[in-house]
Design a binder for this molecule. Structure first.
Ligand SMILES: [Zn+2]
Length: 447
């Protein structure tokens, strides 16, 4: 007799590479305990049986890049040039955020991701004058029950901008804050601290060395906005006499802990370095399009075997934390840009949205695919809904014909955190009430 906490019974598993098989799953202590043939004659005693006849179980989706505090800035500064967008959304509003605002912003954004099948999030918190704001975002992710790496922002270069300069810290101060945050999440298994390397031109040579040494020593994931526009390369040429990726290689920064976010303006040498050093890349198609940054050469990177994950980016530049939107856009953008409908096949995109993303976050040993021993992070896909029906191949349907109505249930660490449109650990009406009450302070639009 097999014992289990949860028995997912009678459904089909869709693996991260697109393979589909009729299998049951037993979950115990938050882990995938056993994947087994449904007709095997074994007796199972489970505390909870979830019948999934006609439904699909998929690995939880991984959002490799966002700025959850920006959920407050959804829809602000649209249709403006980069500098005007910043002036209408982030610049005037970020300093107003309290720890409580960061809590509710992160909660609202992460709920959007969970409803779309997301189970893991790599957040990238900007450097902030209020040092405890990041704790609000961490608490929100903890309360909601998702898996997360919280990247702590770093700025150590002064510019001719007083608002920016108030955020500047010394590398020593940054290390002290990172240590403090790692202590804060020490007893929270689902949460890790990473480093959010802001933007290239806001970090000094000493700052890069500090991040590198910290990541080497503590094995934390580092996310860096990289070649989102050509500004990074221009700044690198001016300061160091070479483009950004060659510079990063020269200081030993192209390491396994690095995820390069965006990678829109790459040349051949940059791509060679990414490939050679096995740098992971976070692809954020919605943000690249809304900000007019361009179309990143992801199909070329994919062909070279680079590990790619998908991200929504922050709501200030994407309006959405919905991974199903990100998945569809990720695929069709590369097909169009390459004038090749065989580029970015549905199964490739599913792999990026699951295991590829887990590699980007540095948590592929825990999540991203169905293997006995990994944490049970997954969602149940119900083909019986208007957007998706009729479903012939659930991978194609997931990528091209789905919205949140297909996502019936989400489990993280073997616990149901979302089911039939309701969150288990959070009252969504309370969150929406809070947002409605507070939003006026961020509204900079002409009335
Ligand atoms: Zn970003």
């Amino acid at each position: 007799m097999l014992q289990a906490d949860i028995w997912l019974r009678g459904g089909s598993l869709v693996h991260e590479d697109g393979r589909i098989e009729k299998r049951d799953m037993l979950i115990s202590d938050g882990k995938i305990d056993r994947i087994m043939h449904p007709h095997r004659n074994v007796e199972v005693q489970a505390k909870q049986i979830i019948n999934l006849k006609g439904k699909y179980v998929m690995p939880g989706l991984v959002n490799t890049h966002t700025h959850l505090f920006q959920t407050w800035f959804k829809g602000l500064g649209r249709d403006l040039k980069l500098i005007d967008w910043l002036a209408a959304s982030i610049r005037p509003n970020a300093p107003k955020l309290t720890r409580e605002d960061c809590y509710y912003g992160a909660l609202l954004g992460a709920m959007d991701t969970v409803m779309s099948g997301g189970t893991s999030i790599m957040d990238f918190m900007y450097a902030n004058e209020k040092k405890d704001s990041i704790l609000g975002a961490i608490d929100a992710l903890d309360d909601l029950g998702v898996r997360a790496v919280m990247g702590r922002g770093i700025i150590d270069v002064k510019l001719e901008d007083e608002n920016h300069n108030r955020l500047v810290e010394t590398p020593d101060q940054v290390v002290e804050q990172l240590d403090r945050l790692r202590d804060y999440v020490n007893d929270k298994d689902r949460l890790d601290i990473g480093i959010a390397g802001s933007v290239f031109w806001a970090i000094s040579e000493e700052g890069f060395a500090t991040i590198r040494d910290y990541a080497d020593k503590h094995k934390v994931t580092v996310a860096l906005h990289a070649s989102e526009t050509d500004d990074d390369n221009q700044d690198s040429m001016r300061r160091f006499g070479m483009r950004m990726f060659p510079y990063l290689e020269s200081i030993g920064f192209l390491q396994e802990w690095l995820t390069a976010v965006h990678c829109v303006t790459l040349d051949e040498t940059d791509m060679d370095l990414i490939e050679k050093n096995k740098i992971k890349v976070s692809y954020n198609p919605m943000s690249n399009l809304i900000l007019g940054s361009g179309i990143p050469p992801m199909e070329e990177l994919r062909r070279r075997g680079v590990t790619i994950g998908l991200g929504t980016d922050g709501a200030a530049s994407s309006d959405s934390q919905d991974m199903l939107e990100a998945i569809k856009l990720a695929a069709i953008l590369q097909k169009g840009a390459n004038q090749d409908p065989t580029a970015f096949k549905a199964a490739d995109v599913l792999q990026m949205a699951t295991l590829g993303g887990a590699h980007c976050m540095g948590i592929a040993d825990k999540t991203g695919s169905f293997e006995a021993g990994k944490r049970a992070d997954l969602f149940v896909y119900n083909p019986r809904c208007i957007k998706s029906a009729p479903v012939y191949n659930p991978v194609n349907s997931l990528v091209y014909a789905s919205d949140t109505s297909s996502v019936e249930m989400v489990l993280v660490d073997g616990k149901v955190i979302y089911r039939d449109g309701r969150f288990t650990n959070v009252n969504q009406e309370d969150v929406l009430d809070w947002v409605e009450d507070v939003k006026a302070k961020f509204d900079t639009q002409d009335k």
